[in-house]
Design a protein around this ligand. Structure first.
Ligand code: NAD
Length: 517
């Protein structure tokens, strides 16, 4: 174990979470096995090997899907509030293991320890939500047009839900899906990111233990491990009626096509290109706090990270100076150390993408305001630490239209009315998160109106980054159109059925049709 791992208690965290030097990456809940190649997990924090996980083979997958399909048949007959009670017990364990899990998220993914804990808190919150939901999976009743008839709709479990997740939220996205899908009566098979395999094993360890202790049938929580080829086992599999996939738009387009080809359902949570509009009526201090956190938090690796700041010409220079000053105060380094604001990028490929984005913005005519660069020397041995950068740019630049998953913020100037800023905000292919900073009611309401933001999330006087579990989360256009988490997002994990019951001695037909025999 490295110096950092020892100093910040990673060894103890791994032990508490049941992580070994070599772990099986396939689990049905009851059994752990794996016959695939070994995936090594290196920490972007210090470049050290944390542990190894064996990938899932095609044969391993067959065993998983057979067990999940059989388990589902039993699980769906358990009353939903009883399934909610199992989720409550799972949540008790999450609360108990919040610190070690938050630490492992931080060490394996590179986000700050505070954000790692925040991610586990999101898991806890969605489980609480799901427990209440287990008594509220209600449908509507309607008046039948036929006398002596009753009509209503109800929701039934869907079957086996396949979950594919990204590296940047290595645990929360799994729980957003599973907590709801479990109370809905589904079995879940999860393929986490190949970049964060140990956090996935840690989560599955918790679920498997709780489920076994409570006699939940095997297969209700399953884990498979590997790269996109393992994900494809599920996307091509007719036994998996719903694929919930979180990741890049590139991945989403492939998955959507594959699953649509077999008329399966998808829930897609893909890339964003999020902007904050700053009007002349904005509170500049709050704008800077929201924009800096949004742009550099998680080292710019959130789907909701702020990538574009669209500032009115009247306050442009003021905002520009305040942002440059704020960036001077950023401390970059070990994310487990709470004195630092910015941790590393996930790996060296991400560093390369970051460098290329900065080269491209200059080549397209942009002006670098806050210089980027890769950090070297003591504390930066992993080669994944970069300086957050700001560039003055234009919305039509090819690179600005593109989601670079790194701390690069583009400053864009607008003039005239807020409608012009909204046009710039909407003028990208992605549609996840958006925000306006203004104390002008007309501007705020216009931003939220039908002529306003075209994103799934639109905020007033808070930034683009982060979301509460109570609302439905997701975005439009190339962000994929899926909704997860709160509100009525649960409906995607169930199938809807309309029922008509005739309690008369006759058989009247609908629309007054007569069929006399
Ligand atoms: P990625 O697309 O490289 O990988 C995501 C997951 O998809 C991984 O588990 C990967 O193995 C799998 N995958 C890739 N190709 C596949 C295929 N053809 N078939 C099946 N599975 C496949 O994304 P990443 O680099 O891990 O994450 C960053 C991206 O995720 C960013 O674009 C970010 O905006 C997005 N993201 C979106 C949300 C959201 O809620 N909208 C949340 C988190 C991350």
């Amino acid at each position: 174990m490295s110096k950092i791992a020892t100093e910040f208690g990673i060894t103890e965290a791994l032990k508490a979470l049941g992580i070994e030097e070599i772990n099986n990456g396939t689990s049905t809940g009851a059994d752990w096995f794996s016959n695939g190649e070994i995936i090594e997990s290196y920490s972007p924090v210090d470049g050290q090997l944390i542990g190894k996980v064996k990938a899932t083979t095609r044969e391993d997958y067959e065993k998983v899907i057979t067990t999940a399909s059989a388990g589902f048949k039993e699980w769906r007959t358990m009353p939903a509030p009883q399934r909610g009670e199992i989720v409550r017990k799972f949540n008790d364990e999450l609360r108990r293991l919040k610190e070690p899990l938050g630490k492992l998220v931080s060490y394996e993914m590179g986000k700050s320890y505070q954000e790692g804990l925040g991610e586990v808190q999101e898991m806890i919150d969605i489980c609480d939500f799901a427990v209440g939901l287990s008594r509220q999976l209600h449908g509507l009743t309607m008046h039948s047009e036929r006398p002596g008839h009753r009509m209503y709709e109800q929701y039934h479990p869907l079957g086996v839900v396949g979950i594919i997740s990204a590296f940047n939220f290595p645990v929360a996205v799994w729980s957003w899906n599973t907590a709801l899908a479990w109370v809905c009566g589904d079995a879940c098979v999860w393929k986490g990111s190949e970049k964060t395999p140990l956090t996935a094993v840690a989560c599955q360890n918790i679920a498997a233990r709780v489920f076994e202790e409570n006699n939940v049938p095997a297969g209700i929580s399953c884990l498979i491990t590997g790269d996109y080829t393992v994900g494809e086992f599920m996307t091509k599999d007719e036994r998996v009626p719903l694929i919930s996939a979180t990741g890049s738009t590139r991945m989403g387009k492939i998955v959507a096509k594959e699953v649509a080809g077999r008329l399966g359902k998808t829930l897609l949570e893909l890339g964003g290109n999020n902007a904050i509009i700053v009007t002349p009526d904005a509170n500049i201090k709050n704008t800077v706090i929201g924009a800096v956190f949004g742009a550099v938090g998680t080292c710019g690796q959130r789907c909701t990270s702020t990538r574009r700041l669209i500032v009115h010409e009247d306050v442009y220079d003021k905002v520009k100076t305040a942002m440059v000053d704020a960036y001077k105060q950023l401390r970059i380094g070990n994310p487990l150390d709470q004195n630092n604001h910015v941790g590393p990028l996930i790996d060296k490929d991400a560093v390369k993408n970051y460098q290329q984005a900065l080269e491209k913005v200059v080549a397209e005519g942009g002006n670098i305001l806050v210089e980027g660069g890769v950090l070297e020397g003591e504390g930066y041995e992993s080669g994944c630490y970069v300086k957050p950068a700001i560039a003055e740019a234009k919305n039509e630049f090819e690179i600005v239209q593109h989601e670079t998953f790194a701390p690069v913020l583009y400053l864009l100037k607008y003039s005239g009315s807020v409608e012009n800023a909204i046009e710039v905000q909407n003028g990208v292919r992605q549609g996840l998160s958006s925000a306006i900073m203004t104390n002008n009611l007309r501007e705020a309401e216009l931003f939220l109106s039908t002529q306003g933001s075209d994103c799934g999330i639109a905020n007033v006087n808070i930034g683009t980054s982060g979301a509460e579990i109570g609302g439905a989360f997701g975005g439009e256009k190339e962000t994929g159109g899926g909704r997860e988490s709160g509100s009525d997002a649960w409906k995607v994990y169930m199938r809807r059925q309309t029922n008509t019951i005739n309690y008369t001695t006759e058989l009247p037909l609908a629309q007054g049709i007569k069929f006399d025999l």
